[in-house]
Ligand binder design. Sequence first.
Ligand code: TYD
Ligand code: MG
Length: 454
Amino acid sequence: MAKTHTFTCNACGASSTKWSGRCEACGEWNSIVEEAPLSAGPAKKSLGGKRGRALNLTDLSSDEVPPPRTHSGIAELDRVLGGGLVPSSAILVGGDPGIGKSTLLLQAAASFARKGLKTIYVSGEEASAQVRMRADRLGLRDAPVQLATETNLRDILTTLETEKPQLAIIDSIQTMWADNVESAPGSVSQVRAAAHELTTFAKRRGMSVILVGHVTKDGQIAGPRVIEHMVDTVLYFEGERGHQFRILRAVKNRFGPADEIGVFEMTGNGLSEVTNPSALFLSERDKPAPGSVVFAGIEGTRPVLCELQALVAPSPHSQARRAVVGWDSGRLAMILAVLEARCGIPFTGLDVYLNVAGGMRITEPAADLAVAAALLSAREDTALPADTVVFGEISLSGALRPVGQTENRLKEAAKLGFSGAIAPSGGKTSGAGGLNIQKMPDLTAFVGEIFGAG
Ligand code: TYD
Ligand code: MG
């Protein structure tokens, strides 16, 4: 029988039967590698007539109390976890190399250990001396965390079996190496096998495990997406280089709301919590300028205000530039198209730059109106009324759609000293806290009202 080859994408883990330059599942270029064929698995024949064990069926109602959670005491982390660490849970923390994952997890390990969890930190990347030096810098020298430096999965599992910790942190999953899998550490098969072993071990033994995964752009080693489906909670640690703010974002959580964020600041001695992100994101804002608009957003369960900045300038090139930091470039193209088609405001021949200040990344469609406002304000060289926040979703017809949690957005704006808001008509604005709200049915009305018919 001819040997079947499997080709796997290092970025998303999709497998195919032939090699190609671009992964059809995730669109990444040059990320497909040949893998040793997975085990043939059970025979291809059907199960046959042999009888198995009948399962005990139960109904959905239960008297079981929800699992007790352990709070680390780092409030930003506890919130992102959905209210503390759940016993026997598997958590993946992904992020770019150098963003601060090891720092965050060493601090988390120390906090959990101080709350009484028996905690083991396994580093596969750094020597013990390096980890200890970091602990020193973070002021965690006397935290009751047990440290090991190892990459051999079998040895790690044996250690965990004898030590029986309540929390194990594996930094990073890409350095782990299972001796029953014949491929290099960091390959899709190794990362999958190691993650599978560790998560099943954790579930069986009642231990929580936190896996660190590097996000890689070059496809040389398998990224964390390959194992997202195996774990209960997926957190991404993000931030812009050159900014000291770091955002821990839950993208999947079986034990709490997804989309929750925790905000941290990288300082000379570790990550410190940012309890009022809105104040922080707006702190560098000076007097209202054309192109600057404050967006009242919601991240998870929490309102976060941030500043959008746009610059529109005649383009020296035949193909005008569109550059975005912190927002989706496809969505920007859509807003530009709607402005042109529905309001007759063209951006042809103009370079457009859009930036979310402070290194924040916005994914909410509610930012549409704030983006449109920033673009128009930059194009017309007119500053928006000071102390006004903007939010609302724009549909392709040019109509404005009300967005969720309008009242929370307005309350946060009022709390931070804003006096007005521009919002779609139709949203619930009762508890607005004395804000002067301008309600707009569509984009044309908005342009007419704010920029005098454009
Ligand atoms: P690290 O946690 O090693 O990143 P990762 O594990 O995600 O690769 O952190 C790397 C960066 O953080 C490094 O450039 C130094 C910086 N840093 C600080 O600014 N302050 C600190 O207290 C620590 C420990 C690191
Ligand atoms: Mg690290």
